[in-house]
Ligand binder design. Structure first.
Ligand code: C5P
Length: 239
């Protein structure tokens, strides 16, 4: 059995900054204070795989590309990305079981060769509410649908899901501790919610069953990002 993760290993900082220079400056500042740095679609499209390698000099990377296509295309895209050996990568659960199985097979083959990448599924985008789902032809509540897709992702061999911190506990109860929950929407006590609607503090998220906490603006827009990360790590350690 693997050891429990430390607060440092659980903290993922979203590098939502527009340029390579700003991202690398942030990575430098946060070195040794974060478990992972999240590179999203915008930076990846602008800067490419070489940039991911540069970031990995400072911390392991979560490559947040949310792939969604037919099984063969997603599997081939993942194969092309495996040489980066990022720590986490993700796909959309709504790509369906055959797509998730094909994706999982690629990542598992990579791990059998000594790679470290783990594969997560995005269940239901938090930008989709009940009304939006209904307009798309789905009758389930977003939370119900997320749990259903988490179970499906687990049965297809994935390592965990991206979910709201409010759903982390029910996913853990349904799928077990070893099926990971990565949760954005984290705000330390006293910091502004900004555009996040359903937020939890770092301590609440840890107690509620999150494996990894994704934190963006409370760190990246703080006057002193290193100090902000230290404060969050201390709060996580207390939980
Ligand atoms: O700045 P903030 O802490 O809100 O950043 C959260 C990060 O997590 C952003 O990169 C955002 O795109 C991402 N995210 C999210 N909610 C989701 C999925 C991803 O906030 N449901």
């Amino acid at each position: 059995m693997s050891l429990p993760l430390t607060p440092l290993e659980r903290l993922v900082v979203a590098m939502d900054v527009p340029t390579r220079a700003e991202a690398l400056a942030l990575a430098r500042t946060l070195k040794g204070r974060v478990g992972m740095l999240k590179v999203g679609l915008e930076l990846f499209c602008a800067e490419g795989p070489e940039f991911v390698k540069e970031v990995q000099a400072y911390a392991p990377v979560f490559l947040d590309l949310k792939l969604h296509d037919i099984p063969n295309t997603v599997a081939r895209a993942l194969e092309a990305l495996m040489p980066l050996d990022v720590s986490l990568i993700n796909i959309h659960a709504q790509g369906g079981p055959a797509m998730m199985e094909a994706a999982s097979a690629v990542v598992r083959a990579h791990r059998s060769r000594g790679g470290r990448t783990q594969l997560l599924a995005v269940t239901v985008l938090t930008s989709l509410d009940r009304e939006a789902l209904a307009r798309m032809g789905h009758t389930a509540e977003p939370g119900e649908m997320a749990l259903h897709l988490a179970r499906l992702a687990q049965s297809c061999g994935l390592d965990g899901v991206v979910c709201s911190p409010q759903e982390a506990g029910s996913v853990r109860d349904a799928c077990g501790e070893g099926f990971h929950r990565l949760t954005p929407g984290i705000r330390p006590q006293g910091s502004a919610a900004q555009d996040q609607a359903r937020i939890l503090t770092p301590a609440q998220a840890i107690r509620g069953g999150s494996t990894w906490l994704v934190v963006g603006r409370p760190i990246t827009q703080a006057p002193d990002p290193a100090a902000a990360a230290e404060t969050i790590l201390a709060e996580m350690a207390q939980a």
